[in-house]
Design a protein around this ligand. Structure first.
Ligand SMILES: [Cu+2]
Length: 279
């Protein structure tokens, strides 16, 4: 396993690595100038919480399918983008309010962003919180840590490295200086050790992303058990016109979710062919 700390020996001084932008991106080849510029920073704190329920929080919120769980959570009644289309702007997050609240829109449980923004995303792990009442009953040990391959939808990011302990902007900048960042869609927050103090910051990663694709995009740990235990966040890139720019014919099958998408014992899923749709 390569940790960020061992990148040096793998880089030959005679090899110049150039990073090219995605074809659809308006950005030019990356430069440290670009890298030094970002419009704002959003910090995500992740923690494993184990009690009667076993789940992960991302900045004190957990995405779950069960609306009744007695934990801080977001449980949309329908897929967020569908709700947005069906209720038009009622489900849009408030960008300004979110900016004043660390990037988070409380009403929708999402992180809004505007087209063209460059956002620095910081992922910080903390030692697990284990309810003393269940200690020993299950496997939970206070302060335990895990490794998380975090994945972003909607826009690849430039990975700005990661490290042990608590993230600070100074540590991250010092580590970044003189490097050639790589564009990725997933990088890992390492755990560095099995345990730390309960709640102690331990392991971080930094990304920078330019917002170019309007839509509702998940960011989540790609260890799927962690993801279904709530280790997810949702970004909304763009305003109402940008997010809802596609017309009905292209979206019909998606908007009619839950009907015949799956079928069951008595009937097969009903496919709606694009050619059958009237525009
Ligand atoms: Cu994970």
């Amino acid at each position: 396993m390569h940790t960020p700390a061992d990148k040096g020996p793998h880089t030959s001084p005679t090899v110049r690595i150039r990073c090219f932008p995605h074809r659809n991106s308006r950005s030019t080849a990356i430069s440290l100038d670009f890298y030094a510029q970002f419009n704002r920073r959003v910090v995500f704190h992740m923690q494993h919480i184990e009690g009667y329920y076993n789940y992960w929080t991302v900045s004190n919120n957990s995405w779950t399918e069960d609306a009744d769980v007695p934990i801080p959570h977001t449980t949309p009644d329908m897929p967020y983008l569908v709700a947005l289309y069906q209720n038009q702007t009622a489900y849009l997050p408030d960008y300004e309010e979110a900016r004043a609240n660390g990037g988070y829109d409380k009403r929708t449980g999402t992180y809004p962003a505007r087209m063209g923004e460059v956002i620095e995303i910081v992922l910080q792990q903390h030692g697990a919180h284990i309810d003393p009442a269940i200690k020993g009953e299950f496997d939970g040990i206070p302060g335990m840590l895990a490794t998380h391959p975090w994945h972003l939808h909607g826009a690849p990011f430039w990975d700005a490295g990661g490290g042990d302990g608590a993230w600070t902007p100074e540590k991250a900048e010092a580590q970044l200086a003189g490097t050639q960042p790589v564009r990725r869609d997933t990088t890992t927050v390492y755990r560095y050790r099995e345990f730390t103090e309960q709640g102690a910051p331990s392991g971080w990663r930094v990304w920078r992303v330019r917002v170019t694709q309007p839509g509702v995009w998940m960011m989540h740990c790609h260890t799927l058990p962690h993801m279904v235990q709530g280790m997810q966040a949702v970004w909304v890139h763009g305003d109402a016109d940008e997010v809802m720019r596609l017309g009905k014919p292209e979206l019909q099958g998606y908007l009619e979710f839950g009907g015949d998408a799956y079928g069951n014992k008595t009937h097969a899923p009903r496919a709606i062919h694009f050619s059958e749709l009237s525009s």
